[in-house]
Design a protein around this ligand. Structure first.
Ligand code: GLN
Length: 306
């Protein structure tokens, strides 16, 4: 039943790959074949279902912001994390500088570049990249996750905008760690290679309040999982979060590599790969797949339960 729904969802959404383009501001991402589309679902009772390009490796990009937020909540605590980063949707593009200059407030939330760079600045003194990699592998239940050196170098040579954000934040006293080290850490996290299946694994752990189903191993406090899922719901699809919440209603986080991580709470984790992006940076066909899955499996958080 789930298998059939996934296959039909991919088939229906496939033409939409023509409506978007891969991110080209990171040149290495622009080389990816935009006609790929895949989905994986992992359920709490041990089911695993895939359709399309679910095993293709791609760049995690902004979905790593969820991992950084989770690590910072665990290592530094809620008060520290949200002392300098807000919890409100920004309504601006993910890489916008606008509010950093006009408002006195800190980055709007941890799911946009300014917020994630700030969160990473807390992590730099307390955790190594190798530990973050191990943490990511555990959360995704995928030991093959690695740093993609080419993507890393490609983004590092086109880092001006994020560098501007980071130095502005340092100037405002929001970032207190070394700016260049923080940027390197941030770009490394964005350059990890995952599959739709790895994202489904991560979604499953979040759906199960931080515990790996089957083994019972707790990777995150229940409170961390709750905070992360709530921020994903309100801010995870950048300035498309409101529309996505109405149409799909599943806490999700997208990345410009074409991935989407989605969590149907207490039911399943969903991973998507579809590198053709809309103008906001979300996977065009991926969102369509999620719309179908949400409707057919009744996954909207406010779905009629009657
Ligand atoms: N590494 C990308 C950047 O900083 C991540 C953006 C994204 O996935 N939206 O621009």
């Amino acid at each position: 039943m789930i298998q059939t729904i996934l296959e039909q969802a991919v088939e229906q959404a496939l033409p939409a790959v023509e409506l978007g383009e891969p991110a080209s501001y990171i040149p290495e991402l622009g080389k990816v074949d935009k006609r790929q589309l895949g989905v994986c679902v992992r359920t709490l009772d041990g089911g695993r279902f895939c359709a399309g390009d679910a095993q293709v490796r791609f760049s995690i990009q902004s979905i790593s912001k969820v991992i950084s937020l989770a690590a910072a909540l665990e290592r530094c605590g809620f008060e520290t994390v949200f002392s300098q980063v807000g919890m409100e949707p920004s309504g601006d593009a993910f890489n916008s500088l606008v509010r950093l200059e006009t408002s006195e407030s800190c980055p709007s939330n941890p799911m946009i570049n300014s917020g994630a760079i700030t969160v990473d600045s807390y992590l730099v003194p307390v955790i190594s990249f190798e530990e973050m990699l191990a943490f990511t592998r555990a959360l995704c239940m995928d030991e093959d996750i690695c740093l993609d050196e080419r993507v890393y170098r490609s983004e590092m040579s086109n880092i001006s905008r994020n560098r501007a954000i980071a130095y502005l934040l340092e100037n405002k006293g929001v970032i207190r760690s070394d700016v260049e080290r923080t940027l390197e850490f941030y770009v490394r996290m964005c350059s990890l290679s995952v599959t739709a299946e790895s994202l489904a694994g991560f979604g499953l752990v979040l759906a199960n309040s931080g515990v790996v189903p089957g083994t019972g191993r707790r990777l995150l406090k229940a409170e961390t999982a709750r905070v992360v899922k709530t921020i994903m719901l309100t801010c995870g699809m950048y300035d498309g979060s409101g529309c996505f919440a109405v149409r799909v209603g599943i806490p999700s986080k997208s990345g410009v590599g074409g991935g989407i991580l989605s969590v149907a709470d207490r039911r399943m984790g969903i991973g998507i790969f579809g590198p053709a992006l809309d103008r906001k940076g979300n996977s065009v066909a991926g969102v369509k797949v999620l719309e179908t899955i949400s409707a057919r499996m009744n996954l909207h958080i406010f779905a009629d339960q009657a």
